[in-house]
Design a protein around this ligand. Structure first.
Ligand code: PPS
Length: 568
């Protein structure tokens, strides 16, 4: 491939025009962009998504969904659409302009709305992602996060989104093109990644560059990646450490603010086009590139080689050469890495999978020197300390009077006796007094109450503390949402206090059951309101015939078995 490092067209207007337009745009209807839309807009404006000139029109969208091409025939595999709420869309006339703002309200661009339509999302899911299956993160996003209506039209760029982190490592396509020109790098191989790099990656990327007689660009995605990935702050510190392991002046690191869709083959082709726009001549594509994991039947969404096949098929048209990602393995007796198909016969090969690495980090176990670099390991350990040093949440649920608060209090005292981490009790009554005093007991209010508890618990967990929650929390879907909030940061231990309704009513410690039976308290859980029994809690405690101390001790044993507290 011959490098073409001439500047690529951007959608920005001049500084003076931008100042003028900003003043005028202040009175336009405004759309507050989602984090994904901000990523998309940045790459639209700086030419990373060339030849797109804005968010897709309906005609282009249909064509991209069906054929991976814009209506004019240009290759473009992923719909880049501006999804908005029905309410916002109702007030927008086709032909009018809207302002696109970041989450602080700063106007980044204006868009002339040429199209407004309600997409068939199931069809988009089937055609673009291969299945209408919510186990796929982008399909889940499409149905549960994205707005119902799409707006399309050309964008006028006023200013790029502001980034406060790693500014010097972020390059627009034109900045990278001029860097390559200045360095005299005529051939450059891009390596796309959303994971920390270890020794095998360093070996395979350097080998790929050497084979193509090219320089190397480590081009990690720092926009949005797969939920659950290592955060980009940690990853960039790791990449910076690995950069020193390459011979000097051979390799460059640049961050790409892309919002990935995990769309496998289509995504790989999209990545190739984006890299071409950034001035790259070669692009490494591996097994299961941008794969989303397993579908709801436990199978892979895509054939592991489909991404390589699709990129290979279109590489001439895109103008970038695909380089096979060579799986590297460590050969113990030779004390060096080999491509898996060149391992000397009879040798012992060592490898550590991603899952195994995460387990070792979680449990504070050794990571061998042949696997990673000490600096990378140190960064990962800083971000993922062993579970016994991380925050977590214990979430009790059960009927009123089941004993949740009493066990929660006993647990709190036992954990405080052990020391090490701050413990906060979010008991039902405490929360209703301090956080939710205006709420009643309708489904809507109970949900709000539990989501508030979940938010506070997730913040405590994120900051390394222990949150003990003890509300009734009668709805399974709400408990699940809280679990998701917390699990971003640490373990969520659901404890069902399984005292029967009859026993709670017999105890009637607050006299509320009597009033509920008499109809004096409405919507009373178990009497006149539902309770979804947890199907699969981490622990179920039976309180009838067991004292409080013993119940709390069962929780302690559970926490120990999960590695959340160390055996005394
Ligand atoms: S919920 O459903 O999780 O929001 O409820 P929670 O915040 O835990 O509040 C439950 C306590 O409020 C008292 N109470 C009622 N409970 C259930 N239903 C109705 N209608 C009701 N009205 C008042 C009751 O004392 C609960 O306390 P606990 O500690 O659970 O016995």
């Amino acid at each position: 491939m011959t490098p073409n490092l001439a500047p690529i067209p951007e959608l920005y207007v001049s500084y003076d025009s931008a100042q003028k337009l900003k003043g005028e745009a202040a009175s336009l209807p405004s759309w507050d962009l989602s984090p994904r839309q901000i990523c998309d807009l940045e790459l639209l404006m700086n030419g990373g998504f060339s030849p797109l000139k804005g968010f897709l029109s309906e005609e282009d969208y249909d064509s991209v969904v069906d054929t991976m091409r814009l209506a004019n025939g240009a290759l473009w595999p992923i719909p880049v659409t501006l999804d908005v709420s029905e309410k916002f869309a109702e007030g927008i006339e086709v032909g009018s302009d809207i302002a696109l703002r970041d989450q602080e309200g700063v106007i980044l661009a204006t868009m002339t709305v040429t199209d407004r339509w309600t997409p068939d999302k199931a069809r988009e899911a089937e055609k673009v992602f291969g299945a209408d299956d919510a186990a796929h993160p982008a399909v889940n996003y499409l149905h549960h996060t994205a707005g119902k209506v799409y707006l399309g039209g050309p964008v006028t760029g006023l200013q790029p989104p502001v980034h406060y982190d790693f500014k010097s490592r972020r390059d627009t396509p034109n900045e990278l093109r001029s860097f390559f020109r200045k360095m005299g790098w005529r051939k450059v191989v891009a390596f796309q990644t959303r994971n920390p790099l270890h020794r095998a990656h360093q070996e395979l990327t350097f080998r790929a560059a050497r084979e193509a007689q090219a320089n190397l660009l480590i081009h990690p995605v720092v926009g949005l990646t797969k939920p659950g990935d290592v955060d980009h702050f940690t990853r960039v510190r790791c990449y910076e450490a690995v950069l020193d392991k390459y011979p000097s002046s051979t390799t460059h690191l640049s961050l790409l603010n892309l919002a990935m869709r995990m769309a496998g083959p289509r995504e790989a082709l999209w990545h190739a086009i984006i890299r071409k726009n950034h001035g790259l001549t070669h692009f490494i594509v591996g097994r299961d590139h941008a794969g989303p994991g397993k579908n709801s039947a436990g199978e892979d969404f895509y054939d592991p080689y489909a991404a390589q096949d699709l990129v290979r098929q279109h590489q001439e048209e895109v103008g970038i050469e695909m380089v096979d990602f060579k799986m590297m393995v460590y050969v113990e007796d030779k004390a060096q890495y080999y491509p898996v198909d060149e391992v000397p016969e009879g040798s012992t090969v060592l490898n550590i999978s991603g899952t195994e690495l995460r387990r070792r980090l979680r449990e504070g176990l050794e990571i061998p020197d042949w696997f990673s670099f000490p600096e990378v390991e140190a960064e990962l350990r800083r971000t993922s300390p062993p579970r016994s040093q991380q925050g977590f949440t214990v979430f009790f649920t059960g009927f009123s009077g089941s004993g949740k608060s009493t066990i929660a209090n006993a647990l709190m005292v036992k954990l405080m006796e052990m020391g090490g981490r701050p413990v906060t009790l979010l008991d039902g009554d405490i929360v209703r007094k301090n956080l939710s005093s205006e709420l009643g007991f309708s489904k809507e209010h109970r949900d709000l109450n539990i989501r508030r508890i979940g938010y506070v618990a997730s913040e405590i967990t994120k900051n390394g503390g222990i949150a003990i929650c003890a509300p009734i929390a009668p709805y399974a879907t709400t408990r699940r949402a809280v679990r998701e909030d917390v699990e971003q940061y640490g373990a969520f231990v659901e404890v069902h206090v399984a005292t029967s309704l009859e026993e709670c009513e017999r105890r009637d410690r607050k006299g509320l059951y009597k009033l509920a039976r008499e109809g004096k308290i409405k919507e009373f859980t178990g009497i006149s309101d539902p309770y979804d029994v947890p199907k699969d809690p981490e622990l179920r405690v039976e309180t009838e015939g067991t004292d409080v101390d013993n119940c709390a001790h069962q929780v302690i044993l559970k926490l120990e078995s999960m590695g959340l507290i160390r055996a005394q």
